[in-house]
Design a protein around this ligand. Structure first.
Ligand SMILES: Cc1cc2nc3c(=O)[nH]c(=O)nc-3n(C[C@H](O)[C@H](O)[C@H](O)COP(=O)(O)OP(=O)(O)OC[C@H]3O[C@@H](n4cnc5c(N)ncnc54)[C@H](O)[C@@H]3O)c2cc1C
Length: 507
C-alpha cells in the first residue's frame, strides 16, 4: 500500500449475490487489517439471479488467495471439476460438428504448437490435421471423464475450472465473511442520499434507517441501483453484437450410477444454445436465446424436448438478461461489481472471472492513491478492455457458426456489428496473413490468448478448400501423433468420480 493511502474506513455493499459475497471476501482480505468496517445489505424481497454455475480457471486463484482448500468449499457448493467446454452443433458440417475449448498448460506446449503450425498450412490451402480436440491434454481428460488432478505429482498440471451451485457458493462465502467479522443486514434500500458533489453519503431502508459510509459497492444485480439509477452512469448495450437477451433454466436429476463428466457442454439449438453443467447433486441446464427470435414459452418447450424424461415435473426459471457494460464501473465513491457493472452472455462462463478481476484491480488502483481521478479512469479503461475482449471472443462463436436452420443463425453469421479487432483477426486468418503477428499486436486488448483463438477458428472449420492438398512440401504433424501423446498423458490422471470422492470424503 502507498504510504499516503489509507483504505476506506467504512464500506457498504448492496447485494448478496455471488458478486456481493466475492467482493466482501476480497475487500475483507485486503483491508480488514487496516480497520476497514464492511457492511453488506441485501433485500429479502429481491432474489439473487441464482444461476452462474461454471467458472474459468481464474476462480482457483480466488480460493487460493483466501486460503480456502478445495476440500472445504467444493463439498459445500456441490462442486465438480471442469476441464473445458464442448461446443456441439455449432456447424452443420459433420467434420466440425463438435469441438472442445480446453484449459491449457505447459503439458500442451509441443502438441499445441503443432496445431498452430498445422493451421498455418491449412489456412494456405495445404492439407494438415487441425481438429483442436487432437492437440490438448484437457480434451483427452474430458473425453474420458477424468479429473485434472494427476495420480502422482507432476511438474505441471492442466489449468482447470469448476462447476458449482451458485446459491450455495453465496451461502458459503457469507458464512465465512460473517464469521470473520463483517456486518450482514437484511433490508431493501429504497432511497440513496448524495452530497452536493454527487458522491453517495448514505443508503436508506425501512429496516435499518440511513446507512452511511465513505465508500459504496453496487452489487444489486441487473437493476444497477447505485451505478445506473443514482449516479446515472451510461449503460452501453452489446445488443448489436450479441442477440441473446433471455434464458430459461431447468435442473435435472443426476444418475448416481453414471460417471460424472468433467466438462460443460454448450450445444447450439434453434435460436441460441443450451448448457449442461454437472454438479454433485444435479445437472444444471438452460437455454440462452434471443427473445426477438423465439418466445419464452417456445424456448422452454424446446429445452424440455431436448432434456426429455429427465425434465418432467422439474420447474423452469425464466431470466431476462441485460447484455453490455457501464461506461464507468468506478464512479464517484461507488464501485459497481457483477451484473450491475455489466454482463456478457454466459457462453464462456466468464462473469465470475470479470467480478474477481474487477475487485482485484480496484484494490490495486485504490491503493495507488484514493480517489485520484487518474487511477479511477485508468481502472475504468482497464475493466472496459476486459469486457470488450471477452465480448469479442464470445461474438466469434456466433460469427463463425455454420448453421442454416433458422433466421437467428443466419443473422448471427451475417452480423456486420463486430469490433475492429475481431474484423482484423478474421481478415488476417482468412487471407493467410501473419496471424501470429496480429495476435502479438493485439495482446493488450485480447482477453483470450493464442490457443483459444486457434481452437475456435480451427474447431469451427474456418479454412479454405484444400487446393494444395498433394503438392505441399511442408510437413504437417499428423493428428494420430498428438492425440496419442494426449491420450498417454491422460492415463496419468485420476478419474473424475474418484477425485471427487477423495475431496468429498475428506470434508
Ligand atoms: C442465464 C445465466 C447464466 C449464467 N451462467 C454463468 C456461468 O456459468 N458462470 C459465471 O461466471 N456467471 C454466470 N452468470 C452470471 C452470474 O450469475 C452473475 O454474474 C453472478 O451471479 C453475480 O450476480 P450479482 O451478484 O451481480 O447479482 P444478483 O445475483 O442478481 O444479486 C443481486 C443482489 O442485490 C440485492 N438487491 C437488489 N436491489 C436491492 C435493494 N434495493 N436493496 C437491497 N438489496 C438489493 C438482491 O437482494 C440480491 O441479493 C450467468 C448469468 C445468467 C443470467
Amino acid at each position: 500500500m502507498n504510504n499516503n493511502t489509507t483504505p476506506p474506513r467504512r464500506i457498504v455493499i448492496v447485494g448478496g449475490g455471488s458478486a456481493g459475497w466475492m467482493t466482501v471476501s476480497l475487500l475483507q482480505h485486503a483491508w480488514s487489517q487496516y480497520g476497514t468496517e464492511i457492511t453488506l445489505i441485501e433485500s429479502a424481497d429481491i432474489g439473487t439471479i441464482g444461476v452462474g454455475e461454471g467458472s474459468t480457471p481464474y476462480l482457483k486463484t480466488f480460493f487460493t488467495k483466501l486460503g480456502i482448500e478445495e476440500s472445504e468449499w467444493m463439498p459445500a457448493c456441490h462442486a465438480t471439476y471442469k476441464c473445458g467446454i464442448s461446443f456441439p452443433n455449432w456447424s452443420s458440417d459433420p467434420e466440425y460438428n463438435n469441438y472442445f475449448h480446453p484449459f491449457f498448460s505447459p503439458l500442451d506446449l509441443k502438441s499445441g504448437n503443432a496445431l498452430f503450425d498445422n493451421c498455418c498450412l491449412r489456412r494456405r490451402g495445404h492439407s494438415a490435421d487441425t481438429h483442436p480436440n487432437d492437440f490438448f491434454v484437457s480434451a483427452a481428460l474430458a473425453r474420458h471423464q477424468l479429473s485434472p488432478i494427476p495420480e502422482n505429482k507432476m511438474p505441471f498440471i492442466p489449468d482447470y475450472g469448476y462447476h458449482f451451485d451458485a446459491v450455495l457458493l453465496g451461502e458459503f462465502l457469507k458464512k465465512r465473511a460473517v464469521s470473520l467479522g463483517i456486518t450482514y443486514l437484511v433490508g431493501t434500500i429504497d432511497s440513496v442520499a448524495q452530497h452536493d458533489n454527487g458522491d453517495i453519503c448514505g443508503l436508506s431502508s425501512t429496516e435499518h434507517g440511513l446507512l452511511t459510509a465513505d465508500f459504496f459497492v453496487d452489487c444489486s444485480g441487473f437493476s444497477g441501483l447505485l451505478i445506473n439509477k443514482t449516479l446515472k452512469e451510461k449503460f452501453i448495450s452489446f445488443k448489436d453484437n450479441l442477440f441473446n437477451d433471455a434464458a430459461v433454466a431447468i435442473p435435472t436429476r443426476i444418475d448416481p450410477k453414471q460417471k460424472l463428466p468433467s466438462e460443460t457442454v454448450s450445444t447450439a439449438i434453434s435460436n441460441g444454445w443450451m448448457w449442461k453443467i454437472p454438479l454433485m447433486s444435479r445437472y444444471g441446464n438452460g437455454y440462452v436465446y434471443s427473445s426477438e427470435h423465439i418466445s419464452a414459452q417456445a424456448a422452454e418447450q424446446e429445452l424440455r424436448q431436448h432434456l426429455g424424461e429427465s425434465a418432467k415435473g422439474m420447474p423452469a426459471r425464466h431470466i431476462k438478461m441485460r447484455v453490455g457494460r457501464v461506461e464507468n464501473h468506478w464512479s464517484h465513491n461507488c464501485l459497481a461489481i457483477g451484473l450491475s457493472q455489466g454482463f456478457i452472455e454466459p457462453l464462456e462462463a466468464t462473469a465470475l472471472m470479470l467480478i474477481q478481476l474487477s475487485i482485484e484491480h480496484f484494490i490495486l488502483n485504490y491503493e495507488k492513491g484514493h480517489h485520484a481521478n487518474q487511477h479511477r479512469s485508468a481502472y475504468n479503461k482497464h475493466i472496459n478492455a476486459f469486457f470488450d475482449g471477452v465480448r469479442d471472443y464470445v461474438v466469434t462463436h456466433y460469427k463463425l457458426n455454420q448453421r442454416n436452420d433458422s433466421e437467428y443463425w443466419l443473422a448471427n453469421r451475417n452480423n456486420p456489428h463486430i469490433s475492429e479487432n475481431l474484423k482484423q483477426l478474421l481478415q488476417v486468418w482468412d487471407n493467410g496473413g501473419d496471424f501470429e503477428a496480429l495476435l502479438t499486436k493485439q495482446t493488450n486488448s485480447l482477453v483470450y490468448l493464442r490457443p483459444s483463438w486457434y481452437c475456435i477458428l480451427a474447431g469451427m472449420g474456418r479454412f479454405p478448400p484444400k487446393t494444395n492438398a498433394n503438392t505441399t512440401k511442408f510437413s504437417a504433424t499428423p493428428a494420430y501423433k498428438t492425440r496419442g501423446y494426449c491420450e498417454s498423458m491422460a492415463k496419468l490422471f485420476i478419474s473424475h468420480q474418484a477425485q471427487l470422492q477423495k475431496i468429498y470424503g475428506s470434508a
